[in-house]
Design a protein around this ligand. Structure first.
Ligand code: FAD
Ligand code: SF4
Length: 593
């Protein structure tokens, strides 16, 4: 191999240009700092790459995953407990593949669903609030729950910056998430959404239109970057794998990265795969990063500050392979990196189904996230948990656009029922909206971190470059199973009151019952923010305890309590917090706490 290509030092180097990379790129470059952004994928130009003539290729998107990083090059391994052998995810198999890995400027945000929503005040101090109100015995015996090092009020201005950058569509009426003024109006409400709203209000609940990152009107953000409104083509509805041809889907490539590029201080390098954070001889300061370009040449990019926005497992793995921080040891239960990851609840915790007659107003189009309502009455500590045996809960969503979506082919398991005229008859009209509509819901709520759950480097499997894959050891605990059962029953009660028939709840058992490809991958907490350097990796400015010039943001830093699918909303807030921290550090290097 030829010798490395050395670049001059810059103020900040950003690792990964998804949702979390974008805000730091925009904020730091616009403040006059020299910033380099490194991204292993391309820059997707929605007006070309996702134009109508190019994008209607469901097979390439859903099966060949052309907008995702290939699992064959780098993936993760997974097991439910430390007695099992972890196996790698080697292929994408589902039509809604939430585990798909970001690839290209925009990352996963290029084709996600766009569900948004803040976490409320309780969750930031869930540990103290729980102990004070219910006592320690309500927590699992090996829990590893901690308070965030910031409060909701501390987070509020950073949330607001993120919401402005994204143009989030919604209202400010949720009593459980105070102080919100979303920049664009909610999407038009569906008939099922209206029925859910009216029913929930009659029961004394507080539904609000589901916040969405797919914008409802044309919008110009605080950086002067304009975006088109959603045209309700329906393409990204039904399954959330589909990028937007008009740029309405909020993601860094249409919100913050263009602002960074316009600053004149931002050097965007695509097809640049980072493999190490370099450190000085003390091992306590980062000196920059090393990466491969598309031809395999090694580049060295020195920087005063390294900002790690590589997402979840990748973020942790990069620190572990670079020898930064103290890896969690599950035997001694010491160390912080990889400690106590949690997962957003999903279908493995149960499903509630019902059928409803929606009359003549069948709603066939829409988008990936909008048209319905969400209520947080059974999330957080918004209801009395005395005697229930769990803490937390989850939001209740109903009435989003069912969507015509592309999704025009079906994955088949082998079997006689899946071929010939009998099968064809079952498929006839399957995509047409009918009066009788099936509503299906899952539980989505936070998990209590436990000391037996962790992320480390897999001793058996490597990526194509020879570096170990991240290994995830994780399953749900009793708190999640109990809260899922409780919230799904509330769903069932509301659906029955709405007039649904055949309301049924199918209980779940946890991730162990799921194939790992189904795994939701809203993983949080494996590199959490905290007040204690022994149990957290980053301080309240997203600054690494062990390396003052290393900052990060992402769902994996969330300490606890994302009560919606919208981990991205909280991670986006955190990216603005990190941007502020980096500005403070550059002005006066040293620990910020
Ligand atoms: C199908 C799907 C639906 C989803 N729906 C929702 C939703 O409705 N609501 C919600 O809140 N969240 C949703 N999510 C999750 C959401 O998309 C992610 O939480 C968010 O996009 C993560 O942003 P990030 O910046 O942390 O990571 P990413 O978007 O993954 O960005 C990280 C970037 O780093 C790059 N990168 C990684 N490794 C390297 C390397 N070694 N060198 C160089 N570059 C590298 C990647 O290519 C990527 O672009 C969904 C995700 C998927 C896949
Ligand atoms: S439904 Fe809206 S957000 Fe989705 S692809 Fe179409 S225009 Fe874009």
């Amino acid at each position: 191999m030829s010798s490395p290509i050395n670049h001059p030092q810059v103020d900040v180097v950003i690792l990964g240009l998804g949702h979390c990379g974008g805000p730091v790129a925009a904020e730091l470059s616009r403040a006059g700092n020299k910033v380099v952004g490194l991204e292993r994928g391309p820059f997707w130009d929605y007006s070309v790459d996702w134009a109508v003539g190019n994008k209607f290729d469901e097979y390439a998107i859903m099966v060949n995953r052309k907008f995702d990083f290939p699992c064959s090059k780098a993936t993760f391994t997974m097991r439910n407990n430390s007695n099992q052998f972890a196996l790698p995810v080697r292929r994408y198999t589902k039509d809604v593949q939430v585990i798909s890995m970001g690839y290209g400027v925009g990352g996963m945000g290029a084709h996600y669903a766009g569900a948004m929503g803040r976490i409320g005040p309780w969750a930031f101090q869930a540990y103290s609030n729980t102990i004070n109100k219910y006592g320690a015995s309500v927590l699992p015996s090996d829990h590893d729950l901690e308070d965030w090092p910031i409060t909701y009020d501390d987070a509020a201005p950073y949330y607001a910056e993120w919401e402005k950058a994204m143009g989030i569509s919604g209202t400010n009426q949720d009593p459980f998430e105070p102080g919100i003024t979303y920049p664009t109006a909610p999407h038009p409400i569906t008939p099922v959404g209206k029925l859910f709203h009216d029913t929930a209000v009659s029961l004394g609940y507080h539904p609000v239109p589901a916040p969405s990152a797919l914008i409802s009107s044309g919008y110009t953000n605080q950086y002067g970057i304009s975006r088109n409104a959603c045209i309700y083509c329906g393409w990204c509805a039904g399954a959330c794998n589909f990028p937007c041809e008009v740029g309405a889907k909020g993601s860094s490539h249409v919100t913050t990265i263009p602002a960074a590029v316009n600053s004149g201080n931002f050097d965007l390098r695509t097809f640049s795969t980072i493999f190490r954070i370099d450190t000085d001889s003390t091992g306590r300061m980062a000196t920059g990063v090393r990466y491969y370009d598309a031809s395999g040449n090694v580049h060295v990019q020195p920087a005063k500050v390294v900002y790690n926005a590589l997402w979840g497992f990748n973020l942790i793995r990069m620190m572990m392979t670079s020898g930064i921080g103290t890896n969690y040891n599950p035997v001694t239960q010491t160390g912080s990196l990889g400690r106590a990851p949690t997962e957003l609840g999903d279908a493995s915790l149960g499903t509630t189904l019902g059928t409803i007659n929606i009359g003549a107003n069948a709603y066939c189009a829409g988008n990936g996230w909008g048209g319905g309502y969400v209520m947080n009455d059974f999330a957080d500590d918004n209801f009395d948990h005395t005697g229930l045996g769990f803490i937390g809960g989850g939001p209740i969503y109903l009435g989003n656009y069912p969507g015509s979506g592309p999704n025009n082919f079906t994955f088949l398991e082998p079997g006689p029922a899946n071929f010939g005229s009998a099968w064809k008859a079952t498929q006839k009209d399957i995509k047409l909206p009918t009066k009788q509509t099936l509503i299906s819901t899952i539980f989505e709520g936070p998990q209590i971190p436990e000391k037996s759950m962790y992320i480390d480097l897999d001793p058996h499997y490597n990526d194509v470059y020879g570096d170990p894959l991240p290994r995830v050891t994780m399953d749900y605990g009793s708190n999640e199973l109990k809260s899922a059962k409780f919230v799904l029953q509330k769903y069932a009660d509301i659906m029955t009151k709405m007039g649904c028939t055949n309301v049924t709840t199918i209980p779940g058992n946890g991730i162990q019952d799921f194939h790992m490809d189904d795994y939701q991958a809203h993983t949080r907490g494996g590199a959490r923010m905290g007040s204690n350097p022994a149990t957290s990796v980053f301080n309240k400015w997203c600054q690494c305890w062990d390396m003052q010039n290393l900052f990060a943001a992402g769902e994996i830093l969330e300490t606890f309590g994302d009560n919606t699918t919208a981990g991205t909303h909280v991670a986006g807030m955190m990216a603005y917090l990190a941007a502020d921290g980096i500005k403070k550090y550059l002005a006066s290097p040293g620990s910020l706490v």
